[in-house]
Design a protein around this ligand. Structure first.
Ligand code: KG4
Ligand code: ZN
Length: 335
């Protein structure tokens, strides 16, 4: 194997058409993201049918843009990494077919990557991953504590029993008529709020699991009750109380896992890792565990992108986790 490894990476699992070129797993040569958010905003959520059509329109353009931005020619590329799943099946198909086509044309290895594994490996752009590692994965579709003894060795310690935390943010934002995506809007609004409303604490049978649907329903019931009683609703205070309750659960479970497992490196991953209050709370948490390393992904790497798929793909490539050309996208792919 020549010394440097350059991978082309493609991500299309939801509403971002993204292509990156990554050298040796942690050097970004190009990272282009074409977001569809403006279009889905009109519907207050991602419309799967529209998402896949927009991916079809964008994918070739974004591939060409990224290759040009990286100042590469295809013969310099060693493999094609792509998001195989989980995600919206129509969207996943577009990136998968593009990756398979390039891999076939160049006769280069095809490297399937799990979207959430990509989110975890996004931290490699900040700091080398050290093991044993604990990742709190928080996105629109996932809320999981993942334990890794080594690269590409994943154990799910706990996960949400119902809604993902990002999904709860988006649904509560909709109840408050804030817009889409709701996470950043609640994050901002909560900064101007203060404690006012009593929202329930959540208990799960297995202590490292999560649950957010009870909290979401409590917000819904509270809003309905205030409306019925013609009482004013302080949106900023409700955003504040919802956020504090939701994040307290994330912190509590992460701390439990830190105490139960031997952990060297704690990382945050996924779209909700952009949350300013969660980042603050994680920085406070690590003060109590000064012998552990904390990495919080840069903001550009919290939202969906292909660079993180290239970082994870590099580790897969080194381990010869290569797929045949008949590999298919999987909406519910397991880690
Ligand atoms: O990782 P991601 O881009 O997509 C999935 O893989 O699901 O995460 C998107 C989620 C959305 O639910 C969005 O509302 C949430 O991340 N999010 C946030 C923030 N920024 C994005 N949630 C809370 N606070 C934020 N600042
Ligand atoms: Zn994601």
């Amino acid at each position: 194997m020549k010394q440097d490894v350059i991978l082309c990476a493609i991500e299309s699992s939801c509403d971002e058409t993204a292509v990156a070129f990554i050298k040796n797993g942690n050097e970004v040569l190009a990272n282009i993201v074409a977001s569809q958010i403006d279009i889905h905003q009109r519907f207050q959520g991602v419309m799967p049918e529209i998402a896949s059509r927009l991916h079809v329109e964008q994918i070739s353009i974004v591939i060409k843009q990224a290759l040009k931005a990286a100042a590469l020619t295809w013969d310099m590329v060693d493999g094609i990494a792509f998001t195989q799943g989980p995600g919206l099946i129509g969207s996943l198909h577009v990136g998968t077919i593009a990756a398979k086509t390039i891999a076939w044309y160049l006769n280069k290895p095809l490297i399937p990557v799990h979207h959430i594994v990509g989110h975890i490996y996004g931290n490699a752009f900040v700091s080398e991953l050290e093991f044993p590692l604990l990742a709190l994965v928080v996105s629109g579709g996932h809320t999981e504590l993942v334990y890794m003894q080594d690269h590409y060795d994943f154990e799910i310690l706990g996960q949400t029993l119902d809604d993902a935390v990002g999904e709860a943010y988006d649904k509560v934002a909709r109840m408050l008529d804030l817009g889409y995506p709701g996470g950043p809007l609640i994050d901002d609004l909560a900064k101007t709020g203060e404690p006012q409303y009593q929202l329930p604490l959540v208990h799960t049978q297995h202590e490292l699991d999560f649950s957010f649907s009870g909290l979401k329903s409590a917000v819904h019931n509270l809003i309905s009750k205030l409306k019925r009683q013609n009482q004013p609703l302080n949106k900023a205070n409700l955003a504040y109380d919802f956020q504090e309750r939701a994040l307290a659960q994330l912190l509590e479970k992460t701390e439990l896992a830190l105490n139960q497992y031997d952990v060297q490196h704690l990382v945050l991953a996924g779209g909700v890792a952009a949350n300013s209050r969660l980042r603050e709370l994680f920085n406070e948490l690590i003060q109590v565990h000064p012998n552990k390393k904390l990495t919080i992904p840069p903001l550009w790497c919290t939202t969906d992108n292909a660079a993180m798929i290239g970082a994870a793909g590099y580790e897969a490539f080194k381990r010869h986790l290569i797929a045949d050309l008949d590999v298919a996208a999987q909406a519910n792919l397991k880690m």
